[in-house]
Design a binder for this molecule. Structure first.
Ligand code: AMP
Length: 398
């Protein structure tokens, strides 16, 4: 995707009401935010706008309230924490209608440099349908629109796409710029050897990603449950591991494509298996690719960990999406940790494509050793598929 969209420096924000679509879709357990990377990611744009005397109106969705107010999905904890992080008061417009009287009066009381946070945009059912009336209501609150929500840039909703039609200017914020710089450069101008690591539960979720990456990479390392469909396609015994029978032909096609393109496609050469999908299941290591009857693979094995770490160490650019095993279970997290550590120790550019792999590197304390951790799981996958993201397409060109 070539990048010719207007950004913050291309507009004059002084004294203007600027609506900023952030991605504050953070995990909240008992009122406490357990991973605040998305809040941290939003700070540069917010600070720029405050320092340049804009009236800053923040908005975001949180979870899936299905179009109605749900107190447990209120953005109130975000307002409190963000205010601490910015060391500045944030006025939370706790308006169940999002753009109701409370929000309007909070905004009309604003001075330059003030910050208001609107309620969860998905408290309105129109949001996810990109309906015009709600897009117009959101636009009526502001003069200018900034999209900085990379994590929802792959969704055409009122607060990401619809609103852009009814404001003077729509530009991208610093977080989106940063995401596109790292993901875009990795994909289009990667320093070689370029290695992609894909894992996670299903081949079917990553069909287009595999297809697109095979055009770009030198090495493709596959782990997670998706590897078993590939190994089954090569006639190895997979026991009771997750295999997507209807994707075996696709796996064969992709292995042929890899050969044709000169891409080295690596599959696990051993596994950690168990008789049941359970955190207390007894982990058993296989000799080779084959898995005996009654056993399912839940992680890559020690020989595979070593092999993948060697490939990673020799790479100049690495992009990773999807865990190597059931990293949520301690007995089956070693493959995911090994890949994370190999990336952390590598001198090349290391990019984590959001979602579960981002959660994993943070849980294992490797986050600050990576070049870039994307804040968008689904969005970064669609980017890796080579798709245009509607939330970015909708912004004004330079
Ligand atoms: P995804 O949502 O596709 O990125 O997949 C992430 C999920 O895949 C995680 O919750 C992992 O526990 C799961 N996963 C990874 N490897 C396996 C495996 N071998 N068997 C079952 N689930 C797995």
């Amino acid at each position: 995707m070539s990048f010719n969209k207007k950004s913050l420096e291309d507009i004059n924000v002084k004294g203007k009401k600027v609506l900023v679509r952030c991605d504050f879709n953070v995990p909240i357990v008992e009122g406490k935010i357990t991973d605040e990377n998305r809040l941290l990611g939003a700070i540069p744009t917010i600070e720029y706008l405050v320092n340049n005397n804009a009236k800053v109106i923040l908005c975001s969705h949180l979870g899936k309230p299905k179009g109605e107010p749900k107190p447990e999905l209120s953005l109130s904890p975000v307002a409190a924490r963000l205010s601490e992080l910015l060391n500045k008061k944030i006025i939370f417009a706790a308006d169940d209608n999002v753009v109701g009287d409370k929000a309007k009066s909070a905004i009309s009381d604003m001075n330059d440099g003030d910050i208001v946070l609107l309620q969860n945009t998905r408290f309105r059912k129109e949001e996810t349908k990109n309906e015009e009336n709600y897009s117009k209501e959101l636009a009526s609150l502001c003069d200018l629109f900034v999209n900085d929500a990379f994590g929802t840039a792959h969704r055409a909703h009122c607060s990401t796409v619809g609103v852009t039609e009814f404001v003077e200017e729509s530009v991208c914020g610093y977080l989106i710029q940063k995401e596109l710089k790292f993901l875009g450069e990795a994909i289009e101008n990667a320093e070689k050897p370029f290695t992609a690591i894909l894992g996670g539960s299903k081949v079917s979720d990553k069909i287009n990603v595999i297809n697109n990456l095979l055009e770009k990479v030198d090495n493709l390392l596959i782990g997670g449950a998706m590897a078993y469909t590939f190994l089954k396609a090569k006639d190895y015994k997979m026991g009771i591991s997750r295999v997507e029978e209807d994707k075996i032909d696709y796996a064969l096609e992709m292995m042929d494509k890899a050969k044709e393109k000169g891409v080295k496609l690596y599959l696990p050469i051993d596994h950690v298996v168990a008789t049941e999908f359970d955190k207390n299941a007894n982990p058993v290591i296989t000799e080779d690719e084959n898995i005996q009857d009654g056993y399912m693979a839940l992680d890559i094995g020690p020989k595979t960990r070593e092999l993948y770490a060697e490939v990673i160490a020799k790479s100049k650019t690495i992009i990773w999406n999807g865990p190597m095993g059931v990293f949520e279970f301690e007995n089956f997290n070693k493959g995911t940790i090994a890949v994370g550590e190999a990336m952390a120790n590598c001198d090349g550019i290391t990019i984590i494509g959001g979602g579960d792999s981002a959660a994993a590197v943070n849980i294992f304390g490797l986050g600050d050793k990576m070049t870039h951790i994307s804040t968008g799981g689904g969005a970064s996958l669609e980017f890796l598929e080579g798709k245009e993201l509607p939330g970015i397409v909708a912004l004004n060109d330079k």
